[in-house]
Design a protein around this ligand. Structure first.
Ligand SMILES: NC(=O)c1ccc[n+]([C@@H]2O[C@H](COP(=O)([O-])OP(=O)(O)OC[C@H]3O[C@@H](n4cnc5c(N)ncnc54)[C@H](O)[C@@H]3O)[C@@H](O)[C@H]2O)c1
Length: 302
């Protein structure tokens, strides 16, 4: 299987390195508009491979040839200046339209990471006119991982036994679905009650919502978390495992198409369908508000 990465800045290059270290593919094709930087990244990534058991070739490519890849990951963006993902829309809209304008004959799967993730995923769908199941945004997978970690750190639980779900916008209106959180085989709320622990949603909420901006505030970027998330998605596709994850996928809101994260089933052919989420009334309302926010930004930006 061939993987292509568009944009080899912090996120694209870290994803490339993660794929190399996870020995997932033999060849990775990289493209960036900045040719000198692309070459430097290729050489640096390549020099990281000779001592590994599995050699992955890193090849520079262009936007035509990258279409031969089975999966193309988009990380191209203008310089990220703020943790507010919506601030990136103006520039990234132009970038993504330029990149994907000749992709209507592409046969593989596109995974979008660039922010604002849901809207950029939608714009790729609009530009390419490809079947919607072949365009996926990494969405709230990273936010779900952050909630999982926050719960395990807060209650001192092994994160392997905690499952957590965040849906909605990969942004400020994301919905932390506490009713779906579990510890071992029990709901998190039951576990906490049985152990006389209070379910401190306010503290968890505050921690998760600022997880990205706390890192960005110091480093002016975040790359490892997202690279691991997308490595995981790619691994499931390569191994042809049917998997359910919170990913940004097509959704009709007020009869118009948007992209938003919900529990999505996917396999090597892309997004298959949604898995029913058992949400309570408050979570349903928040999910609808999140749809409304994406809808408003998308259609008012036009
Ligand atoms: N979805 C998530 O969970 C998540 C997490 C972290 C970062 N991000 C997003 O990922 C994107 C990339 O972040 P980064 O830190 O790697 O930024 P970066 O500035 O380090 O890298 C962006 C790269 O895109 C390249 N580029 C710009 N225009 C291009 C074009 N037309 N064609 C090809 N390449 C082009 C740039 O030259 C640069 O190398 C941002 O939008 C960021 O917000 C998303």
């Amino acid at each position: 299987m061939k993987i292509g990465i568009i944009g080899v800045g912090y996120v694209g290059s870290t994803l490339c390195y993660s794929l190399i270290c996870n020995k997932l593919v033999d060849e990775i094709y990289i493209y960036d508009i900045n040719e000198k930087f692309l070459l430097a990244q290729k050489l640096d990534l390549e020099q990281g491979t000779p001592l590994l058991e599995h050699i992955t070739k890193v090849k520079m490519t262009n936007l035509d040839e990258i279409k031969e890849c089975d999966i193309v990951v988009n990380t191209a963006s203008a310089k990220v200046l703020s943790p507010d993902r919506i601030m990136e829309l103006k520039e990234n809209r132009k970038i993504v339209k330029e990149i994907f304008k000749n992709f209507s004959d592409y046969k593989g799967i596109i995974i979008n990471i660039s922010n604002p993730c849901d809207i950029i995923s939608y714009l790729i769908a609009e530009e390419t006119k490809l079947p919607l199941n072949r365009i996926i945004g990494s969405g709230t997978l990273l936010d779900s991982v952050r909630l999982k970690l926050t719960i395990s750190n807060y209650y001192n639980l092994d994160s392997k036994n905690v499952s957590a779900l965040v849906i909605g916008e990969h942004g400020t209106s994301q919905v932390l679905v506490y009713s779906n959180c579990t510890y071992k085989n029990d709901s998190l709320s039951n576990y906490l009650k049985n152990n006389n622990l209070s379910f401190n949603k306010q503290a968890l909420d505050a921690e998760v919502r600022k997880a990205g901006s706390n890192i960005f505030g110091v480093k002016n970027r975040t790359e490892y978390g997202i690279a691991s998330c997308v490595t995981y998605i790619i691994k499931q596709i390569i191994e042809d495992k049917e998997t359910t994850l919170p990913l940004s996928t097509p959704y009709y809101f007020k009869n118009k198409l948007i992209y938003i994260s919900k529990l999505a089933r996917f396999n090597k052919n892309g997004y298959l369908d949604d898995v029913k989420m058992h949400l309570n009334k408050e979570e349903i309302d928040l999910f609808n508000k999140s749809c409304e926010r994406i809808f408003e930004i998308m259609y008012e930006e036009e």
